[in-house]
Ligand binder design. Structure first.
Ligand code: DAH
Length: 339
């Protein structure tokens, strides 16, 4: 039995010398010290020994068991240290490597300016409403005092789906839809896409964006129109900006005016950017025509109102000094990330 114990000790030592992971180590513990382990088996046979031999072998067995236990404990510590070391090497971060820059998108300049405009009008108590881009001839032209064959339609020659359905050429259609549905007081803006059969160049595109505005209430005057637009422009372009109202004609407003802003580039002197005018045209506006009001069921004797239509591209180009409209649609990140 003494030899058996010596053998067991040697064998365990040999196995422990080469073991390198926790699972194998546990298997060794079970094999030698477990309930059915080899050392335990010897201890179970103690009864067969003589009275003299029993304490000697018993002691030896205990020493062997203690030695193996100690060796296993040492090994546990060693394996842990080794695993930690391995982890440290595997998870090491090379802080000298250049970092990966996250590319974060940002709003398109058109959306940025639209958000600014919406903010100004929401602050004045306006609602934001939307209308359909595929529109009937009635809302796009007819109800705006532009019957078939009216010459004002020529400048907006458009994409017809059929005789009665068009891609809207102006957001003014939303004025009519709003007046039909709601009764005064009305205060809305309506941003959206519009379409015209224009060839693409630095200042034209077959698809562009407008922001329509409409205010109807008792006692609304041209002064309200002027004050509202002046506030918008000052918020967009700074307190020093100057705007000018120029008489014009729109079939759905009377009187009508176009609104220009003093050229950012030459401050009114005249330069290539403003085509020597000193001012740049920004929008159309006017007092809503009495016939338009009454056709929508609003009594022009009681109510009056103003309307305007702003080209979003135009005010965006002015805001950021962009000289070619096409840049806004090309989705070139080198251009877009500047705003
Ligand atoms: N619809 C006009 C255009 O597309 C702009 C405009 C002018 C809108 C006068 C209006 C207005 O509401 O009153 O050029």
């Amino acid at each position: 039995m003494r030899e058996a114990l010596e053998k067991i000790k040697l064998a365990a030592q040999k196995e422990l010398d080469v073991v390198s992971d926790a699972k194998a180590l546990e298997e060794i513990r079970v094999k030698y010290l477990g309930k059915k382990g080899e050392v335990t088996a010897i201890l179970k046979q103690m009864g067969k020994l003589s009275a003299e031999e029993r304490p000697i072998i018993g002691q030896l067995a205990n020493v062997v068991r203690a030695d193996i236990e100690q060796a296993i404990t040492d090994k546990v510590v060693a394996i842990k240290a080794l695993e930690n070391q391995k982890k440290l090497v595997e998870e090491a971060i090379d802080v000298t490597l250049p970092g990966k820059k996250k590319v974060i998108g940002k709003p398109h300049p058109l959306n940025k300016v639209l958000a600014e405009v919406e903010d100004v009008f929401l602050g004045m108590g306006f609602d934001i409403v939307e209308g359909p881009e595929v529109e009937t001839d009635y809302y796009c032209f007819e109800a705006l005092n532009m019957p078939k064959h009216h010459p004002a339609r020529d400048t907006q020659d458009t994409f017809y789906i059929n005789d009665n359905v068009v891609l809207r050429t102006q957001t003014s259609s939303v004025q009519i839809r709003t007046m039909e549905k709601t009764s005064p007081p009305i205060r809305i803006i309506s941003p959206g896409r519009v379409y015209r059969s224009d060839a693409v160049d630095a200042t034209h595109s077959p698809l562009f964006h407008q922001i329509e505005g409409l205010v109807i209430d008792k006692g609304v005057t041209m002064a309200d129109l002027k004050g509202t637009l002046e506030l918008l422009m000052k918020r967009l372009y700074g307190d020093k900006c100057k705007i000018r109202f120029r008489p014009h004609h729109f079939p759905y407003t009377e009187p009508s005016a176009e609104v220009d802003i003093m050229c950012f580039n030459c401050e009114g002197e005249g330069c290539p950017m403003c085509k020597q005018e000193g001012f740049i045209e920004l929008l159309g506006s006017g007092m809503v025509h009495p016939k338009v009001l009454s056709d929508c069921g609003i009594d022009p004797e009681v109510y009056s109102g103003f309307a305007f239509g702003i080209g979003l591209e135009r005010i965006t180009m002015g805001r950021f000094n962009i000289n070619d409209m096409r840049l806004l649609y090309e989705n070139d990140v080198r251009f877009l990330e500047q705003f």
